[in-house]
Design a protein around this ligand. Structure first.
Ligand SMILES: Nc1nc2c(c(=O)[nH]1)N[C@@H](CNc1ccc(C(=O)N[C@@H](CCC(=O)N[C@@H](CCC(=O)N[C@@H](CCC(=O)O)C(=O)O)C(=O)O)C(=O)O)cc1)CN2
Ligand code: MET
Ligand SMILES: [Zn+2]
Length: 765
């Protein structure tokens, strides 16, 4: 019985890679400095896994930015605008694709399945000349070998690579990405042959797209691809790794029928029915890599339960053919619990980060082989029992309140158009209202103030004073720019989810529990371990302070329950929807306290509602029902005259537009400018939208300053499909990652464009 790890976090236990990357990008250190940090991280990870006893240790799961971009580099699929002239791809070309450069914008980035990780989307057309342009996979295999570790090199599988790509500009409608298979497989063969020459005996292809709803043409692509690779792969053990959900019966049949493949990796955590597929039939003589240790969460594994699952599987696949593994790459969990100095011992005993999960996987493999570490299993069982019975986990009052929600719809009594009328009477605002999404630039000074306050280096009094001054600056700036509905700028928040987690009961937070979101950017998801409640108001002080500084409406600014849920590490001992309802009740209390404090406009961000959509269509309906319901619970109790906003920053929701309407917000602001045709086409196709709507008029992810004409043009396009009286004018998303030098002129042009159109509309009447 052996053990395997699908993949490992690259950022390092203290985000060493983040700091090395950012310092290199800022030209404060050399390429060699960066390479040295990276090599040290890799060697530490390999040694750690080898010491733990892991048999199948992955290599090439390290990346300077993203593993899909690494595959693009391996294939030489560099879009022509980056001016690459062949040869081994270096940092210049690689980081230009990832982040853009002075003259060319970055490639598109999008969500990796239903995680908070983002990958760089390959752009492929009929003219791409593929060539073997990055030897990273082979180099890393050799590097590990020279350190005495024989690894399993990991490649993004050829079919998933194509299924995750997008057609290049100009061929969007006509081009079949899968038609490129015969062009990329020769490159894969070159890599395989070099790996063999270097001594590899195993190879892992990550083919996570196998868990999606695939049609027979797409499934056939897997069959042909691996048939084509069969002779190149002969002599190697070949693992096809899937993760994030169950396979459909058809996909499972395709997988186990692949030529030349000797091992299958299955996610037994999110794939709740996977075990039944295996029971219904598993090919003789093949390996099953059983993903029983959750790579998406921070909970210690229930070892007794996993051991029993593995024993059932062993009876089917045979003793020497079962391998204990993680459910997916550990990229999506925090790195090492050892560095958590502030968590108490009880909560710590319930947790396992990546480093601890490696030990769990190995303990399971040994136990199955008859060498059970009794002390380790006993300590684990005790921790599981303590988590089940701890009074800190259960709050009867919260459970009762959440249970009482069932059966009711929680809708505001008045319909949205009547509410908008009532709000207009109270607020008396012009048409084409301007606003922003919430955050203003997070300056270094601001981050320093927060850090020093957290470390008790400055007093609460000084801290409050500094934040108040910052809010005043932001308010004054917005008045000067003549924005209609103001925000306080969120200077007191480190992150829109972590900030609320820190103030709610039932949450724990870490010091170093960082998870890569994209490139060098990381998030520190709070841990929801118990029933959620709100001990006291969270934002009322800052919002009413901000409102007292201006006559204009000041938006209260909250993060919605679905987003808090999706961007936290969620408890796994009750269904997600129950936790979501509890958060909704806490946010409801906050909404009502803001209203009482005289805040007339309240924004409840649901930035992550779309990303939480299950991977399989059959599960969409159920998710959307409780997610939308949770949102409505937060604001069903406010008066007609209180205006509820929501914000989303993932524009690809044509498929869920009816659920968005059903959220029944008074105003929604949405990311749009990166993909305006996509969003506006919903309305062009005749979807009736009567609530306020602000499709973003410029992209905040780019430092570029949009001109007045260009923004006016965008607004014009929107007016062609949306009624004047419901249209709002705002950027795509919050401004926290931008600089004031960019934000001031951009907002100035935005207000000018709105005014220009107001004048045109008035004279057209
Ligand atoms: N949770 C979440 N998910 C999201 C988003 C989001 O806003 N939040 N936005 C979308 C895009 N994803 C993003 C993810 C991260 C960042 C981002 O800016 N992250 C920062 C960390 C931000 C943070 O929490 N910083 C803290 C802590 C500061 C810090 O890192 N301090 C160091 C000290 C180092 C120093 O001396 O500076 C430490 O604690 O170790 C603060 O500002 O208060 C980063 O990686 O740089 C932006 C967008 C999708 N997913
Ligand atoms: C990722 S959505 C961000 C919403 C938040 N209110 C902000 O402006 O930063
Ligand atoms: Zn946003």
């Amino acid at each position: 019985m052996a053990s395997h790890i699908v993949g490992y976090p690259r950022m390092g236990p203290k985000r060493e890679l983040k700091f090395a990357l950012e310092s290199f990008w800022d030209k404060k250190s050399s390429a060699e400095d960066l390479q040295k940090v990276a090599a040290d991280l890799r060697s530490a990870i390999w040694k750690q896994m080898a010491d733990a006893g892991i048999k199948y240790i992955p290599s090439n799961t390290f990346s300077y930015y993203d593993q899909v971009l690494d595959a693009t580099s391996m294939l030489g699929a560099v879009p022509p605008r980056y001016g690459w002239n062949g040869g081994e791809i270096g940092f210049d070309t690689y980081f230009s694709m990832a982040r853009g450069n002075a003259s060319v914008p970055a490639m598109e980035m999008t969500k990796w399945f239903d995680t908070n990780y983002h990958f760089i989307v390959p752009e492929l057309g009929p003219d791409v000349n593929f060539s073997y342009a990055s030897h990273k996979a082979v180099d890393e295999y050799k590097e590990a070998k020279s350190l005495g570790v024989d690894t399993v090199p990991v490649l993004v599988g050829p079919v998933s690579y194509l299924l995750l790509s997008k057609p290049a500009k100009g061929v969007e409608k006509t081009f079949s990405l899968l038609s490129l298979l015969p062009k990329i497989l020769p490159i894969y063969k070159e890599v395989i042959s070099e790996l063999k020459a270097a001594g590899a005996s195993w190879i892992q292809f990550d083919e996570p797209t196998l868990v999606l709803d695939l049609d027979s043409h797409q499934l056939q692509a897997f069959t042909s691809a691996y048939a084509d690779l069969e002779s190149a792969l002969s002599g190697l053990n070949v693992l096809i790794e899937t993760y994030f959900a169950d396979l459909t019966t058809k996909a499972y049949k395709t997988l186990v029928g692949l030529k030349g493949v000797t091992a299958y990796g299955l996610d037994l955590v999110r794939g709740t029915q996977t075990i039944d597929l295996v029971k219904a039939g598993f090919p003789e003589g093949k390996y099953l890599f059983a993903g029983v240790v959750d790579g998406r969460n921070i909970w210690a594994n229930d070892l007794a339960s996993s051991l029993s699952t593995l024993q059932q599987l062993e009876a089917i696949v045979g003793k020497d053919k079962l391998v204990a593994s993680t459910s997916c790459s550990l990229l999506h969990t925090a790195v090492d619990l050892v560095n958590e100095t502030k968590l108490d011992d009880e909560i710590k005993s319930w947790l396992a980060f990546a480093a601890q999960k490696v030990v769990e996987v190995n303990a399971l493999a040994k136990a199955l082989a008859g060498q059970k570490d009794e002390a380790f299993f006993a300590a684990n069982a005790a921790a599981q029992a303590s988590r089940k019975s701890s009074p800190r986990v259960t709050n009867e009052a919260v459970q009762k309140a959440a249970a009482a929600l069932k059966g009711s719809d929680h809708r505001r009594a008045t319909n949205v158009s009547a509410r908008l009328d009532a709000q207009q009477k109270k607020l008396n605002l012009p048409v084409l209202l301007t606003t922003t999404i919430g955050s203003f630039p997070q300056t270094l000074e601001l981050r320093r103030v927060r850090r020093e306050f957290k470390a008790n280096k400055i007093s609460e009094e000084d801290y409050v004073k500094a934040i108040k001054e910052e809010i005043k600056k932001v308010v004054d700036l917005q008045e000067e720019l003549d924005i209609d509905v103001l925000v306080h700028g969120e200077p007191e928040r480190n992150d829109m989810v972590e900030y609320f987690g820190e103030q709610l009961s039932g949450f724990a937070f870490t010091v170093n529990g960082w998870v890569q979101s994209y490139g060098s950017r990381c998030v520190k998801p709070p841990i929801i371990y118990g029933d959620v409640s709100r001990p006291k108001p969270m934002t009322v002080f800052w919002s009413s302070t901000a409102q007292s500084m201006t006559q204009r409406p000041m938006k209260g600014m909250l993060t919605g329950p679905v987003t808090i849920l999706n961007w936290s590490f969620v408890r796994n001992d009750q269904p997600r929807f129950e936790t979501c309802y509890q958060i909704a009740l806490a946010i409801k209390d906050e909404v009502e306290d803001l209203e009482k404090a005289g805040i007339n406009v309240i924004q409840i961000d649901e930035a992550a509602l779309r990303e939480g959509l299950p991977l399989r269509k059959s599960e969409h309906g159920f998710y959307l029902k409780w997610a939308v319901h949770s949102f409505r619970i937060t604001n069903c109790g406010v008066q007609d005259t209180t205006q509820i906003h929501t914000h989303m920053c993932y524009s690809n929701f044509n498929d869920i537009i009816h659920s968005i309407i059903d959220m029944d917000a008074d105003v929604i602001t949405i990311e749009n400018s990166r993909s305006d045709e996509k969003l506006l086409s919903v309305f062009r196709e005749g979807v009736k939208y009567g609530a306020g709507i602000g499709p973003g008029v410029y992209d905040i992810h780019s430092p570029r300053i949009p001109s007045t004409e260009e923004i006016a043009d965008r607004i014009d396009k929107m007016l062609a499909v949306l009624e004047t009286n419901i249209l709002w004018v705002n950027p795509d998303c919050g401004l926290k990652t931008r600089k004031y030098a960019e934000v001031k002129p951009a907002l100035n042009n935005m207000v000018a464009a709105a005014k220009l159109l107001r004048t045109q509309l008035a004279s057209a009447k």
